[in-house]
Each structure stands twice: as structure tokens, then as C-alpha cells.
Design a protein around this ligand. Structure first.
Ligand code: PHE
Length: 433
């Protein structure tokens, strides 16, 4: 049977960017930047995206396209019997990440609903504290999971692709607009200083280092097989390095601009104390303040559009998280797609009740799965691609896989990337004990 393909290169690019651009670029990026002292974190993040993330992204795309299989099958085909076990780690990561990702996406839906029904909150900080956990948060989380499962089941990827085609640029334009607006605020300079001027003493801080490495993986959807799976539907003639670079560039651009909007506002509105208390809410507390300044009508409209776009960005990412769990259980257990989607979706929704009830457990799950598992998965994948992977069967006939298996990329994946990631993991472990 002919395997599904993306309708076009643009279709693939949108799907991959759809997976990469999500809550990670906005919610997680601003939260980690706030928590890890600003500029030093951002500098390390940039280095990780382009020096470590990019080669791993290329490896995932090349392995996926070279084998045209989902992670477990691909690892088995190129690596033999032991490697498919890595697929188990991928599934666990996807499972845990989606469980709390959906909770945050639920906050986004809640913002949309409340903005539409009662306008902007009077006190954004108090409002956020009120919705972040508890029974209501559970409800919105379950609602978002329902949307995700329905999308994967209904195969409305086409619809999503089209919607994303309009809303992603809209989101970006709005972010850029917010960043421009933030630049006009009194006190913005202090925000830029925090965000962009690295405190070099922090570069050696283990927390900052592991946070930056994990953010690069999280934001690029790496280390858990999502990009590998998407790559498996990609046509043979698409130039992988260029595709990978555009994906990473787009993803990075969104995060960078989001920060340019959020940090001047945090300082100009005097929110830095509030943010320190619950950095998790950095984005959700600052933006409504900016919308408020625009006046009730305009502010509500812009806020609505913004949170709708954010929810769509979250949905296109959540789909890829679920897809890895589903594709792998289909591969490994032989389940039909429908059963696998319902079972996985139901189980993930149930596990997500915990982070919906407590923000502390949400941060903990993010540290464990979003941080440790992705970096570890990325390390193993780099070692696999650099040392153990056989060339795909038809490599001789295809020009494309040679880009990975013969190119200089392989040397990056052999030593520099694993060494850096191993160092990150050692620092992470040292920090725990
Ligand atoms: N990259 C997505 C985001 O930034 C999250 C994600 C992580 C999606 C891992 C798939 C796999 O929101």
C-alpha cells in the first residue's frame, strides 16, 4: 500500500511548524526565561536550537523519511532488535507531556470563553490564580483533550492545515504588534535588559543550562519521535537541511518575538514580583494587562483573536504528541487507529487530571518529561543516528538519505551533540542530589 504523503512540501512545512510552534514558544519560553534569569537562558537557548537541536531535527526527519515508518518500526529497521525500546521512551514522553500540555491549553480555552462572555478580567493576576487549577481547570483540560482526539480521529488534518495557514501568520502578526506596542511603554528598557543582556555568571548555572537544553528540544518537538513521524510522510525530493533550517528558524522567531512582547510588559507594568511567585503564569498574566490598555472593545477583540490563535497553535502541537503514542501502539501492539486513539486519548485525559488539580505537579511533570526525557531521548537518538543506524534499504536509489548518512552532519551527531547532551544530563542529575 502506498503510504500517505503530505499533499505538498508546504503542507509538510506547515504541519511541522504546527507541531513546533505551540504553547512551548509562548507559555513555556516566557516562563522559563522569567525563572532562569533572562538573557543568559536566552543565549544558551539559541545555541542549543541551532547547534544541537538542528542536527537532531535533521536526523529525525531523515530517519523518518528514509524508512517511511513510525518510530518503533524505523528504529527496528535501521538498528535491529534493541533500539525499538527507545520507542517506549518516546511514547512515555508524549503521554506525559500531552497530559499537562492539555491543561495549559485548557487555560487558553477558558480565556477565550471568558473574554467572549464577560470581557477582560479586572485583575489579571487574581483571575489567573482563580482558573489555574481545581475542578474548572479539569473541565477545560478534558474539553481540550476531546478536541485533540476528535481531530486525530476525524483526520481533519487538512482542515487544520488550512486553518493553521491563516491563523499562524495572524498569531505572528499579533505578537509582532504586541512587541511594537511594548516598546512604547515606560520602563520597557529594563525588560529588554533582563531579556537580552546575558549575565555571564549564569552561563555555568546547571538549572539555566538544563532548562535551555530542554526548551530547545521541547519547542522543536524533538527527542520523542514526533518529527520522525512527520518526516515519514515527506516526499523524497524535499531538501532536508533546508527544511530543517526553516522549521527551526520559524520556531525560534516566534519565541523571540513573544519574549520581546512579554518582558518589556512585565517590567513596565510592575509585574516582576508577581511573576517571581508563579512564573508558570508569566504569559497569561502579562498579556491581558496589555489588552486592557487598549480599551475594552479593542482589547477584548485583540485578546480573543490572540487566545483563539494560541489555542489552535496548541492543538496542532497536541496532535503530534498524540500521534506518536497512537502510531507506536498501532505498530507495536497491532491496534487499529481508532481504538488506539480512543484508548490513548482517554488514558492521557485521565492522567492530566492531576496537573489540572495542582500547579506544582504540573511543573514537576514538565521537569520530568519536558526536560529530562526529551534531552535523554535526543541523546539516544543522536547516538543512534551517528553510530548505529544502517543506511535505509533503498539509500542507493535515493539521493536524500545520504544527506545524513554521508554528510558532515553525521559527525556532529557522533560526538559533539552526544557529549553536550550527556553533560547536560550529568548537571541535571547533580542538581537533583
Ligand atoms: N513543540 C511544541 C510546543 O512548543 C510541544 C511539543 C513537544 C510537541 C514535543 C510535540 C512534541 O508547544
Amino acid at each position: 500500500m502506498q503510504r500517505e504523503r503530505w499533499s505538498s512540501r508546504l503542507g509538510f512545512f506547515l504541519a511541522a511548524v504546527g507541531s513546533a510552534v505551540g504553547l512551548g514558544n509562548m507559555w513555556r519560553f516566557s516562563y522559563l526565561t522569567a525563572e532562569n534569569g533572562g538573557g543568559a537562558f536566552v543565549l544558551l537557548y539559541v545555541l542549543f536550537v541551532f547547534l544541537v537541536g538542528l542536527p537532531v531535527l535533521l536526523a529525525e526527519l531523515a530517519i523518518g523519511r528514509g524508512t517511511r515508518r513510525s518510530p518503533v518500526g524505523a528504529l527496528a529497521e535501521l538498528g535491529g532488535s534493541a533500539w525499538p525500546a527507545l520507542g517506549g521512551l518516546f511514547v512515555l514522553s508524549g503521554f506525559l507531556i500531552l497530559a499537562y500540555y492539555s491543561v495549559i491549553a485548557g487555560w487558553t480555552l477558558r480565556y477565550v470563553f471568558d473574554l467572549a462572555t464577560s470581557g477582560l478580567p479586572a485583575d489579571a493576576g487574581a483571575y489567573f490564580d482563580g482558573i489555574v487549577d481545581g475542578g474548572r481547570a479539569v473541565g477545560w483540560h478534558l474539553g481540550f483533550m476531546l478536541l485533540t482526539v476528535a481531530t486525530v480521529l476525524g483526520g481533519v488534518r487538512r482542515g487544520i492545515e488550512r486553518l493553521a495557514l491563516v491563523l499562524m501568520p495572524a498569531l505572528f502578526v499579533m505578537l509582532a504588534g504586541l512587541a511594537a506596542y511594548a516598546a512604547t511603554l515606560d520602563g520597557a528598557a529594563e525588560g529588554y535588559r533582563f531579556y537580552l543582556a546575558p549575565d555571564f555568571a549564569q552561563l555555568g548555572n546547571a538549572d539555566v543550562l538544563t532548562a535551555a537544553a530542554s526548551q530547545a528540544f521541547f519547542s522543536l518537538s524533538l527527542g520523542m519521535g514526533a518529527m520522525l513521524t512527520y518526516g515519514s510522510y515527506l516526499s523524497d525530493d524535499a531538501p532536508l537541511p533546508r527544511q530543517a533550517l526553516s522549521i527551526a528558524g520559524a520556531d525560534f522567531g516566534v519565541a523571540l518575538v513573544a519574549g520581546l512582547a512579554v518582558f518589556p510588559m512585565i517590567f513596565a507594568f510592575g509585574l516582576s514580583d508577581q511573576i517571581g511567585g508563579s512564573a508558570v503564569g508569566a504569559l497569561f498574566v502579562t498579556l491581558p494587562r496589555a489588552f486592557e490598555e487598549m480599551g475594552a472593545v479593542v482589547g477584548t477583540a485583540v485578546g480573543l483573536l490572540f487566545f483563539v490563535a494560541l489555542a489552535i497553535a496548541a492543538l496542532t502541537s497536541a496532535i503530534s504528541l498524540l500521534e506518536v503514542v497512537v502510531a507506536t501502539s498501532m505498530d507495536a501492539l497491532g491496534w487499529p487507529r481508532r481504538g488506539a486513539t480512543l484508548a490513548a486519548g482517554g488514558l492521557i485525559a485521565a492522567v492530566g487530571i492531576l496537573p489540572a488539580l495542582s500547579v506544582d505537579s504540573l511543573s514537576l511533570m514538565d521537569r520530568l518529561a519536558g526536560e529530562l526525557f526529551l534531552v535523554f531521548g535526543g541523546l539516544l537518538l543522536a547516538v543512534f543516528a551517528g553510530w548505529f543506524a544502517r543506511s535505509p534499504r533503498e539509500a542507493g536509489e535515493r539521493e536524500a538519505p545520504g544527506e545524513l548518512w554521508r554528510g558532515s552532519w553525521k559527525w556532529l551527531l557522533r560526538l559533539p551533540v552526544p557529549l553536550v547532551l550527556a553533560y547536560v544530563l550529568v548537571r541535571f542529575a547533580q542538581n537533583l542530589f
